[in-house]
Design a protein around this ligand. Structure first.
Ligand code: GRF
Length: 200
């Protein structure tokens, strides 16, 4: 299973995927890594592993649709079976979803449908929930609204800060992303309405 990973940041999820994919029994192979900005640390992680990289900056295009088409083209070059957003901070458009919809996955650092958007851990802490976590889902046209593949929970501790909770979530999130990417590569799966079903 060919996987293209999209990132905007540090790439710790990417690093975990690359480590797992080093074992051929894992089933998924990262064939390229794309970013929406140069200079993010995740691109160095990819380069160090000898994986091809590409960057499509929104600001280099006259409008969002043109950027979306360029991103779609860049990803399609690598003929992926799955595209994974691992901390990719841009919403893709209609063109991208027409090409990769149903096989474009995102990992979010909150237990959806609570706390969508870019401040999941901060909002979970402010709300006072006792469980936080991460959600792996199939991206649709909405923001963090797609069909849920898997969720994992971690406790919120009384002395947590945004940083400490974010880190605790990320540990569980990485393990979940690695486990499910491998399962989706090795097993058959389907979506029935709101339900994501993995066979076997
Ligand atoms: C993840 O926690 C993801 O949920 C959030 O950004 C983080 C990406 O971290 N949107 P990294 O770049 O994989 O280290």
């Amino acid at each position: 299973t060919r996987v293209v990973v999209l990132i905007s940041g540090g790439g710790s999820n990417l690093a975990a995927l690359l480590e797992a994919a080093a074992d051929s029994a894992y089933g998924a192979v990262v064939v390229a890594v794309g970013a929406d900005r140069p200079g993010c640390a995740g691109l160095d992680v990819a380069r160090a592993a000898g994986i091809p990289t590409f960057v499509e900056r929104l600001g280099d295009h006259p409008d969002r649709d043109t950027w979306d088409a360029a991103l779609t083209h860049a990803v399609a070059e690598y003929a992926p079976d799955l595209v994974i957003s691992a901390g990719f901070l841009k919403l893709v458009g209609a063109r991208f979803l027409a090409e990769f919809g149903g096989r474009y996955l995102n990992t979010h650092n909150a237990l959806l449908p609570s706390f969508p958007g870019i401040h999941g851990p901060r909002e979970a802490l402010a709300y006072g929930v006792k469980l936080a976590g991460a959600t792996l889902f199939v991206v649709d046209e909405g923001v963090d609204t797609g069909v849920i593949i898997a969720q994992c929970a971690v406790p919120v501790l009384d002395d947590d800060t945004e940083e400490s909770l974010t880190e605790r979530i990320k540990v569980a999130e990485r393990a979940q992303l690695v486990e499910y990417t491998g399962r989706l590569a090795r097993q058959s799966w389907r979506v029935e309405g709101r339900h994501f079903i993995i066979d076997g």
